[in-house]
Each structure stands twice: as structure tokens, then as C-alpha cells.
Design a protein around this ligand. Structure first.
Ligand code: THU
Length: 166
């Protein structure tokens, strides 16, 4: 019997430049870029920054943190989310996120969250029960705007897939 062929759409917008962003988005976008200056990336030379905009208007930043024992390091997206949850339990909802990457001390380039970060991003979004819009710099030099982090990880593993705790 023939298998059913299906497609799933990925919904996002593409903007030409930061001037096309809303003022709040511009702040978040710039905070992610600024944060790259504080990455600790002596091994890869790839400086990544992530910024979280909270509903109270504050920004929480993360940067990638590397280690001589390579797998011990962590991406900027996760230092931002884990850092916020650890430092400010009960924080205001996250209403925006942006990521930036700067190879070496050169030009800003594309910043696509890795699979492990997408998994973590998704869980923090579902945990707060409110979508988190995301801005990413594309390979083409444009800005990709997603209305929710969940868009980045279809067919994801979620807490619902786990059996009830004993
Ligand atoms: N990195 C991030 O911080 N975020 C990503 O989404 C991709 C990769 C970091 C991890 C490592 O420190 C460096 O970039 C090179 O992989």
C-alpha cells in the first residue's frame, strides 16, 4: 500500500535589516550582538551571544562558555536560559529572544541554534505557557523572525513522551 506523503510548513518572516524590527526587537537584537563580546570561546573562536527580553523590559544575556575538556562547554542559548532560570526564579515571562554570532573578531554572521539548544528552548517555552518570538541572523544576511521557538523543532521529544514519574 502506498505511503501517505505529507509536508509540514515552517512559518517565519524574513527581514532585510535591523531597521525593519520593532523597537523592542531592536533592543533584543542589539543585546545579543553586544553579548558576543563576553563569550569565552578560546578553542573555537566562534563568539555567540543570546538575549532574552522579559515582559518587565529587562534583558538577560547568555554567551557560549568553552572548556579545555571540549564537551564541558555550553552554547549561548543555553547559558541564557539556564542562567535566567537559575538566577531569577519566578522571572517575568520571556517575550523575545535573539541570537548573534561573530567568528573571531570579524563580521557578524549567521547564528542557527544547535539541536540541543532547540530542545532546551522548546521546553522553556512550553514551561512558561506563552510563545517566545525568536530573531536569527540568516546565512543570507537577513533576519529570520519566528513567532515561537517551537517552530524550530517539529516532531520534538517532550515531557509528554515520558511515563508518569514513579
Ligand atoms: N555555539 C553556540 O553558542 N550556539 C549555537 O547555537 C551553536 C554553537 C557555540 C558552541 C561552541 O562554543 C562554539 O559555538 C562552536 O561550536
Amino acid at each position: 500500500m502506498a505511503r501517505n506523503s505529507r509536508q509540514q510548513l515552517l512559518d517565519f518572516e524574513e527581514l532585510d535589516a535591523a531597521t525593519d524590527l520593532t523597537p523592542a526587537e531592536q533592543t533584543t537584537w542589539q543585546a545579543a550582538r553586544d553579548a558576543t563580546a563576553h563569550a569565552y570561546a578560546p578553542y573555537s573562536g566562534f563568539h555567540v551571544g543570546a538575549a532574552l527580553l522579559l515582559a518587565d523590559g529587562t534583558i538577560f544575556r547568555g554567551t557560549n562558555q568553552e572548556n579545555a575538556a571540549y564537551p564541558s562547554g555550553l552554547c549561548a542559548e543555553r547559558t541564557a536560559l539556564f542562567g535566567l532560570a537559575a538566577a531569577q526564579p519566578g522571572h517575568a515571562p520571556i517575550v523575545g529572544m535573539a541570537v548573534a554570532a561573530r567568528p573571531g573578531h570579524g563580521e557578524f554572521g549567521p547564528a542557527m541554534p544547535c539541536g540541543a539548544c532547540r530542545q532546551v528552548m522548546l521546553e522553556y517555552e512550553s514551561r512558561q505557557g506563552q510563545p517566545i518570538p525568536l530573531l536569527l541572523p540568516s546565512r543570507a544576511g537577513t533576519i529570520l523572525r519566528f513567532s515561537a521557538l517551537s517552530a524550530l523543532l517539529p516532531f520534538c521529544f517532550s515531557p509528554d513522551d515520558l511515563p508518569p514519574a514513579a
